[in-house]
Each structure stands twice: as structure tokens, then as C-alpha cells.
Design a binder for this molecule. Structure first.
Ligand SMILES: NC(=O)c1ccc[n+]([C@@H]2O[C@H](COP(=O)([O-])OP(=O)(O)OC[C@H]3O[C@@H](n4cnc5c(N)ncnc54)[C@H](OP(=O)(O)O)[C@@H]3O)[C@@H](O)[C@H]2O)c1
Length: 338
């Protein structure tokens, strides 16, 4: 039987090595994509960051365009970091990204040196930091030569603006080339950032996770709760205030509808094993041998605490993994821990 009582979570976060690098990341990290923009409650945002850190979450994941409006998550995080965290800078791993459309004009979002380095400088100003720990190319850009995009990441490290670099959402073939190019420029790609959840298994299916393990590159996976769908909150209706209900929310009502039957089956499986669905979902992600950290989102302190309780759970029984595979089959065989 599994059960994770939030009251029993003692804040002892496991820290996992990011591939074969020296960087250690908490098993669960916090992302600031939603809930930290100017449209959100600043007091709750501050309380979430403070509580997260107190519970061992040392990694905050951002991007230039998080908000809304774009840039406002970094602005708000920058203010809170300056006011509340300045003495903890050396404990924190702050990441940001560039590549998606951010501002108007020809270089407002792409894989060029012009965009990536200008955007990084803007992020540093908004975050009120001298450097970020990880700078990501947020997405591949077929229009820009890969050499140019990688040279911008290498410059970010060589100029001291970033300690490490990472790549997000690159398909395997491009990822392999990018990692090789970076190495030729004297910079190691330490981390890859894909979506990964019970409902979105393509890093397994495409062989990306196996390749990352083979190459000693960490995987910081995002949306492990499938933007909230894997909490089961949408089973009866779309609750007001939820991501799918909000204008600025990225989750679309039709996506929720398409997944309803699968989520209900997973919810039943979780209940049969005395687990809340979101704990099963988080533990499932954390059990994957390629995963260094799962980047969660939280709109309230209560959600954050509830999700963090999952790290206190033991790995899922292999029988539960098999039952998940029956509900959400994958096209590739995967390797699992213990
Ligand atoms: N590299 C990329 O392209 C990329 C793309 C997407 C995300 N990311 C990163 O990944 C991070 C996490 O993404 P995500 O926010 O989609 O992660 P997620 O953990 O899958 O979803 C978080 C959302 O689920 C709901 N939720 C969480 N705990 C809950 C609970 N106990 N009960 C009920 N609802 C709960 C909340 O939404 P409600 O508002 O519905 O309550 C919360 O904001 C982002 O912030 C970002 O840093 C990266």
C-alpha cells in the first residue's frame, strides 16, 4: 500500500545528479510558467516560492516569455529573489530560456545569436541576477543554422552569463547534432527539458530518454501532472479558477475532454492502490531512470505542499507500472528503476 500524508513530509528533498555533471537538482522543481505573472496574486506567488525553498525545492525554472504579460514572471521572481533570497543565491538553481516569440520585431524570438543573447541579457535584468544557472534553447528553430544557435549558448557560458546550458523539445536527431556541436565549442549540454507525464510519453517513445542516459545528460521533465489533468480535478467539470477555465491558461478544454476517459481509468487504478492520482502521476515520472527532476507548477501553497508529498513515497510497484502501461500503452520498451 502507498500513502503520502503531506503532514508527514519532513522537507528532506532528495537531490539527484543531473546526468554526469556536478549539478544536483531536487527531485521536484518548481516552474513559473503560470501563476507568477502580473495577472496573478503576488502574495501567493511569494508564499509559494518561500514555502518551496523551505521544503527543499532549490530549482526554479523560468523562461523569457512566462507571464502574462511575457517577462512578468521573471520580473516578479526577480523582485522576490532580491527581497527574500539574496543570501541563498548559492543554493539556488535558476534557469531561463529563449527561442519562442517574446517581443515584436524580426529578432523577437528565434534561434539566432541576436535573439538568444539579447533575450538572456533582458532576463538577467528582470531577474536582477548576474548569471543564471542554466540557459536553455527553448525550442528548435529550423530557419537558423544549428551552429549559430549553439554558438550563442556557448557564448552564454564563456561570458559568465550562464553556468550551464540545456536544450528543450529538440527532436532526437537535432538534439544529437546540437550536443556534439556544443562539445566542439567546449561546452557540455548538461540537461534536456521535454514534456513527460503518463499522458505524454514521447521522450520514451522516441528513444530520447534512453539516449540521454547513455550520454550522461540529465532530463528535467515538465508538466508531470499534464497541466493539472492528472490531479483528476477535471473528472466532473472544468472547475472555475483552474488552468483550463482561465483565459490565459495554456490548457484547452477540448484537450481535457479528449483525455477524460484515460484519466478516469488512471484515477480508478490510483484509488485501488490507496493513492491520489497526482501522487501516482508524480511518482511514475520520478521512477523513470532518465528523469533527474520533474518540474511541477503550483497555483497555491496548498497545491505545492500536496505535490511535494509525493517525494516521500517509495517507487511504485512494478505491477502498478504495468497497469499504467495497459491504460496508456507506449510504443517502445522502457527501462525502469528497481
Ligand atoms: N520547456 C518548455 O517548453 C516548457 C513547457 C511547459 C512547461 N515548462 C516548465 O514546466 C513547469 C511546470 O509545468 P506545468 O505548470 O504545466 O506543470 P504541472 O505540474 O503538470 O501542472 C501544474 C498545474 O496543475 C494544477 N495543480 C497542481 N497541483 C494540484 C493539486 N494538488 N490539486 C489540483 N490542481 C493542481 C495547477 O493548475 P490550476 O491552475 O488548474 O490549479 C498547477 O498550476 C512550468 O512552470 C515551466 O517551468 C516548460
Amino acid at each position: 500500500m502507498h500513502s503520502a500524508d503531506p503532514a508527514r513530509y519532513d522537507g528532506r528533498m532528495p537531490y539527484r545528479r543531473c546526468g554526469d555533471s556536478g549539478l544536483l537538482l531536487p527531485a521536484l522543481s518548481l516552474g513559473l510558467w503560470h501563476n507568477f505573472g502580473h495577472v496573478d496574486d503576488p502574495d501567493e506567488a511569494r508564499a509559494i516560492l518561500r514555502r518551496a525553498f523551505d521544503l527543499g525545492v532549490t530549482h526554479f525554472d523560468l523562461a523569457n516569455n512566462y507571464g502574462p504579460p511575457p517577462g512578468s514572471s521573471e520580473e516578479n521572481a526577480g523582485r522576490i529573489l532580491a527581497e527574500d533570497f539574496s543570501c541563498h543565491r548559492d543554493e539556488l538553481v535558476i534557469s531561463t530560456k529563449a527561442g519562442h516569440p517574446m517581443w515584436d520585431g524580426p529578432h523577437g524570438g528565434n534561434g539566432s545569436r541576436k535573439h538568444l543573447l539579447a533575450s538572456l541579457d533582458q532576463s538577467l535584468r528582470r531577474l536582477r541576477l548576474d548569471y543564471v544557472d542554466i540557459f536553455y534553447s527553448h525550442c528548435p528553430d529550423k530557419e537558423t543554422r544549428l551552429e549559430e544557435t549553439m554558438s550563442a549558448l556557448a557564448t552564454a557560458v564563456h561570458s559568465g552569463r550562464a553556468l550551464y546550458v540545456g536544450l528543450s523539445k529538440y527532436p532526437l536527431k537535432r538534439l544529437r547534432r546540437a550536443v556534439k556541436l556544443l562539445a566542439e565549442m567546449g561546452v557540455r549540454c548538461v540537461v534536456y527539458q521535454p514534456p513527460f507525464s503518463i499522458l505524454r510519453r514521447w521522450p520514451e517513445e522516441e528513444g530520447i530518454h534512453d539516449w540521454l542516459v547513455e550520454k550522461g545528460i540529465g532530463s528535467a521533465v515538465f508538466s508531470p501532472l499534464a497541466q493539472g489533468m492528472l490531479t483528476g480535478k477535471y473528472s466532473a467539470e472544468i472547475p472555475s479558477g483552474s488552468r483550463a477555465a482561465r483565459d490565459e491558461g495554456f490548457l484547452q478544454a477540448d484537450e481535457v475532454g479528449d483525455r477524460l476517459e484515460t484519466v478516469r481509468a488512471l484515477q480508478q487504478l490510483a484509488a485501488e492502490h490507496q493513492l491520489p492520482l497526482h501522487h501516482l502521476a508524480l511518482r511514475w515520472v520520478l521512477d523513470h531512470p532518465a528523469v533527474t527532476t520533474a518540474i511541477i507548477g503550483a497555483r497555491t501553497v496548498a497545491q505545492l505542499e500536496d505535490s511535494l508529498a509525493a517525494v516521500a513515497l517509495p517507487p511504485l510497484d512494478p505491477a502498478i507500472h504495468s497497469l499504467v502501461d495497459e491504460i496508456v500503452p507506449t510504443t517502445r520498451k522502457k527501462k525502469r528503476k528497481g
